[in-house]
Design a protein around this ligand. Structure first.
Ligand SMILES: O=C1C[C@@H](C(=O)O)NC(=O)N1
Length: 340
């Protein structure tokens, strides 16, 4: 139900989020719900990465202890340790997907993969038990082939190309069948290359591309394409790691959107004429792909247009036990806010 000044969305779901570990996890996990989301699809790139069912279940229990009201869907990190038997065990334990990180392209991807062929037996087992392969669709830049984003390696396995940033990626996913879907982050709907070059707070992997690439992301959402949905890739890093860089690693890659995610996404979709596609993008499309449809028990989340005369609760940073994180667009007035 929507009016010009209010919108209600059934049980928003973020199909790609980093919830970290230790004190940082205690700080950021509750922000999923505070940001308007009821379901979190959790990335496994911890130190060490989540490569077994036992680790994933322990991680899930820890997240549920921090926030018992959010539903956490767990993933494993694709690595040589995985076996077809472990895949079957993971499925029985309710683990939903396996995330593939090409080696060295982003945060904690040192244990990532260099070639897909070795994993064909894993992919066969995943297909057999209906688990989803989540592709970080980037490869280290190859000057000879001018390749950077790589949405290929597709088969009948259910696959999600994560955080698309290019027109080519959008068109490739559109050209494929019902087993292939695609997440889009909120920040890639806002940024282009000019916004992160020299501005470390806007730096993430994959980096934002050109205006025409961003336009392709807007178009596919405006079109209401059912296989494209929100995966925030909300990736908190302590502010010191975002504001300084080391000679070996540069500044940390990752943009933190969880605490403002629903209001930010609503604001952005309205800015490019796609407000009527909001519920599909933040709830229904992803839920349909992952077979996690809204049930009668799931609550609606209400948004209202912010009254510009009111003092908003805009936050510049969040801190706890010495951990400080600064969200995307810190201090910017968004057009929408969640009604508690
Ligand atoms: O894929 C990713 C990983 C993430 C992180 O910080 O974990 N940060 C990013 O910018 N992209």
């Amino acid at each position: 139900m929507s009016t010009a000044n209010t919108i209600s969305i059934s049980s928003p779901a973020d199909f790609h989020v980093h919830l970290r570990q230790g004190d940082l996890s205690e700080l950021v996990t509750p922000h999923v719900r505070e940001g308007g989301f009821r379901l979190a699809y959790v990335m496994p790139n911890l130190i060490p990465p989540i490569t077994t069912t036992v680790q994933a279940l322990e991680y899930k229990s820890m997240l549920e202890r921090i926030d018992p009201k959010t539903e956490f869907l767990m993933t494993l990190y694709l690595s040589p340790n995985l076996t077809p038997d472990e895949i079957r065990k993971a499925k029985r334990a309710g683990i939903v997907g396996v995330k593939s990180y090409p080696r060295g392209v982003t945060t904690n991807s040192d244990g990532g993969i260099e070639s897909y062929e070795a994993y064909y037996p894993i992919f066969e087992a995943m297909q057999e038990v209906d688990m989803v392969l989540n592709l970080h669709g980037e490869v280290p830049s190859d000057a000879s082939a001018n390749i950077h984003e790589n949405p290929c390696s597709l088969s009948p396995l259910r696959i999600v190309l994560e955080h698309a940033t290019t027109r080519v990626a959008v068109e490739t996913v559109k050209s494929l069948g019902s087993t292939v879907a695609c997440t889009i982050t909120a920040h890639h709907l806002a940024l282009t290359v000019d916004d992160w070059a020299g501005q470390s707070w806007n730096y993430c992997k994959p980096v934002a591309k050109f205006p025409d690439d961003r336009e392709a992301l807007h178009e596919v959402i405006r079109e209401g394409h059912p296989r494209f949905f929100l995966g925030s890739d909300s990736a908190p890093h302590p502010s010191i790691k975002k504001s300084t860089s080391s000679p070996e690693h540069g500044c940390a890659a990752g943009i933190y959107t969880s605490p403002i995610l629903l209001a930010l996404t609503t604001h952005l979709l309205e800015s490019f004429g796609a407000l009527d596609k909001l519920e599909g993008f933040v709830s229904k499309n992803g839920r349909a792909f992952y077979k996690k449809e809204v049930t009668a028990d799931d609550a609606m989340v209400l948004l209202r247009r912010r009254n510009s005369n009111t003092n908003t609760s805009k936050r510049y940073s969040y801190s706890w036990k010495g951990q400080e994180v600064i969200p995307f667009w810190s201090g910017v007035d968004l057009e929408w806010e969640i009604i508690d």
